[in-house]
Design a protein around this ligand. Structure first.
Ligand code: SF4
Length: 212
């Protein structure tokens, strides 16, 4: 099966990616919100600012003024929207008891609630579910769509849910596998399947698609 073969080749080529970087589920979720439309190195700077102040704690973060939060996360870009988004997410989390891994609700229900938070879309919600909460939800992003659409497996503007369903239907339901697969697609997208001038000649997937 193609979807599984792609995974095997990527894993054998790149090895485990150790995703998602972060010491706690809260830090992972904050990273997922801050990484929207920006490079990870900028997110790291913002998270380090919070860490230095000992603020990676839901109550301490919520006690900050919006202005102070904006200043601290400024390196992540779009800090006005992201500070508001972060506050809304933290308020939701507090209402749920304050600990992501102890929320005793179905994955579908949590996803519905996350998607109601302004500025949290499917990719961010699913990243929080998978990487911060260990829920079996496959994350789809622009790299995933680019790689698959370049081989006509999906349309370039394919609907998020359709792409997600394709992975779920063709893989065992495994949190570890979903985590690794998404990380490997990001690695491939960054290093080979670039938006301009993809490096097809040396791409590890070249043989997979040629033999199909
Ligand atoms: S770099 Fe080329 S061969 Fe590799 S996934 Fe992208 S389009 Fe396919």
């Amino acid at each position: 099966m193609l979807i599984r073969r792609i995974y095997d080749v990527l894993f054998n080529t790149f090895g485990p990616q150790g995703w998602w970087p972060g010491d706690t589920p809260l830090e992972v979720a904050i990273g997922a919100i801050l990484t929207q439309n920006t490079a990870w190195r900028n997110v790291e700077k913002a998270i380090n600012n919070l860490k230095k102040e000992g603020l990676l704690d839901i109550k301490r973060l919520l006690s900050l003024s919006l202005e102070d939060l904006k200043e601290l996360i400024r390196p992540a870009g779009f800090y006005n929207q992201k500070a508001q988004r972060l506050k809304s997410f933290l308020l939701w989390l507090l209402e749920k008891g304050g600990c992501l891994t102890e929320i005793n609700e179905s994955t579908a229900e949590i996803r519905r609630e996350l998607l109601k938070i302004r500025g949290i879309g499917k990719e961010t919600a699913d990243s929080i579910l998978l990487y911060a909460m260990d829920r079996p939800v496959f994350v789809v992003d622009a790299y995933t769509k680019r790689i698959l659409s370049r081989h006509n497996i999906i349309e370039e503007k394919a609907d998020y849910d359709i792409v997600q369903a394709m992975f779920v239907e063709n893989l065992p339901r495994s949190v570890a596998l979903y985590k690794e697969y998404h990380a490997l697609l990001v690695k491939l997208g960054k290093d080979y399947c670039k938006s301009k001038n993809p490096l097809c000649e040396t791409c590890p997937l070249k043989t997979v698609f040629m033999s199909d």
